[in-house]
Every structure is written in C-alpha cells, then in structure tokens.
Design a protein. Structure first.
Length: 283
C-alpha cells in the first residue's frame, strides 16, 4: 500500500510544539538553532502565542516541527508521494530529498521574513469563508475589489472552505458579500499580511534569490504542488512553482481530488501539528 504524507502550513503552530521530539533527540533542533542564529526552540517551547505567530518565526518553527516529526519515524517513514499546504510544501521538498535541512531552513526563514516585511509595508488581511455560497467566491472577490479594495481567493481548501486575502477594506467587503451569499461563517485570520495575493509581489524577487542560492536535487518521490495540483519530479520546476506560490492561490481542493483519484488505496498521514489536512481530504 502506498504512503502519502501531508505537511501543514502556517496556522498550525502552538506553544510547546516539538518539545516531545526535542526531549527524545535534541540534535535536530539544536542544529536548527545554530543555522538560524537564534534560539527558535526557546520560542517554540516557551514563547507566547504572540511571539510564535510572527510570520518570520512561525514559518521556520512549523517547518522544523514537521520535518523533525517525519524523521523521528525512522525506517517506517517511506513516502511514495508528499504534499504540503503553503509553507508545508517546503517541508515536503525537504523530506523528498530535494534540498537539505540547512538550505531549507535558510529559505523558510527568508520567506517568512520577506512576507512579514511586506505585511508591514502594505498591511493586508485574510479571512476564512465557510459554507456553500450561492455566488462563486471568485465573483465575490472581483466585486469587492471594485467596490472597496483588492481581494482574491488565497486558499481553495475545500468546497465549503475558502480563504480570501488582500487589502483590509476589500476583505471586509468580501466577507459582507459572502454572508449575503449564504456563508455560514466568515472568520478573520490572525495573520501579519495578505499571503497568496498580489500584495506579496514585492517579496517575489527576494524569494527567488533565496531559492537560487541553494543547491537543489530532483525529489526522490513526487511532490504535489500547491499552484497547479500537479506532481513535481524536477528541481527546476519545484523552484519556479515555489516562487509562484507566494502570490498564487493554494489549490488544495484540486490537489486533494488528485490524490484520492490517482492513489485510491493510499494511506494518508499528516505530519506536524493537528489534523486539518486529513480532515479536508476526508471531506
């Protein structure tokens, strides 16, 4: 039976994450602290929620927790394919052998910093829209963009859950329109910027430079990409899609359908914090 592993993204963090893994084998975590130049583990294990939710901290913390948990499985970790949600895609490429942990940690740290800085330079917002709508979320975002400010779909998580992202006024108007269209709930997300939207465009060049500065290999197993929900087996394709991912929506609904259609007998295991992705897959 095939094994498919899923890696969560930003939002799955919590204080104390990884403490049990550190207690069993601290070497992976200590190396990460050395590579990053600050004690990420102190923030992960005993920092406040406010400390941990800063994008420039959250992203390396979630990455470290995920990959440490994967390799703690030892010989039983034998993936046939992997995928990750947003940030989790970097975890997926690392465990697939496309990039070593030092390089991946540097890229993830740089990505988080770039996104944080862009969120400060041009504040934005994100919100989760839950329920079946009588109008498409794409049309709602287009109308809100015209009326108030830029807003786009950022994460197509399932048929009943889409995250929107953009300027604060645009997101607020899209939430109003979504409620009028039958949304069960519209939940503002505690994030520091408008991720997966055009507001992140100024961060693209920096991320591309960070990706190109490291040595990549073709992944040993397919990595299903966020941008196009297609399996990636070439390093050059991986890097380009990771750049596009910064401003493009996460196509998790399409990705989930591809996984269950092409791998109907696979066992899907979520590595990291929580079980959000396997829950979406079941739905």
């Amino acid at each position: 039976m095939k094994q498919a592993y899923l890696f969560p993204g930003q939002g799955s963090q919590f204080t104390g994450m990884g403490q049990n893994l550190f207690d069993a084998d601290p070497s992976y975590f200590r190396r990460a602290d050395e590579l990053l130049g600050f004690s990420l583990t102190d923030i992960m294990f005993s920092g406040t929620d406010e400390d941990l939710k800063q994008t420039k901290v959250t992203q390396p913390a979630v990455f470290l927790h995920s990959v440490a948990q994967a390799f703690a499985l030892g010989d039983s970790f034998q993936p046939d394919l992997v995928a990750g949600h947003s940030l989790g895609e970097f975890s997926a490429y690392h465990v697939a052998g496309a990039i070593d942990v030092a390089a991946a940690a540097r890229i993830v740290r740089r990505r988080g910093t770039l996104m944080y800085e862009q969120g400060v330079a041009r504040p934005g917002a994100m919100a989760a829209i839950l329920g079946v709508l009588t109008a498409s979320i794409d049309d709602i975002c287009q109308r809100a963009s015209v009326e108030r400010g830029l807003v786009v779909p950022a994460n197509y998580n399932s048929d009943e859950q889409v995250v929107i992202s953009g300027e604060v006024a645009g997101v607020e108007r899209a939430m109003e329109l979504a409620k009028e269209a039958g949304a069960k709930r519209c939940l503002p997300l505690p994030v520091s910027g408008a991720f997966h939207s055009p507001l992140m465009e100024p961060a693209v060049a920096g991320l591309r430079d960070a990706l190109q500065a490291e040595v990549w290999s073709d992944p040993r197993v397919p990595v299903v990409a966020n941008v196009n929900a297609a399996p990636v087996t070439a390093a050059s394709v991986a890097c380009e899609l990771l750049v596009q991912q910064l401003t493009a929506p996460v196509q998790w609904t399409h990705l989930s359908r591809l996984l269950v259609q092409q791998y109907p007998e696979a066992t899907f295991v979520e590595i990291g914090s929580g079980a959000v992705l396997t829950g979406l897959l079941r739905r």
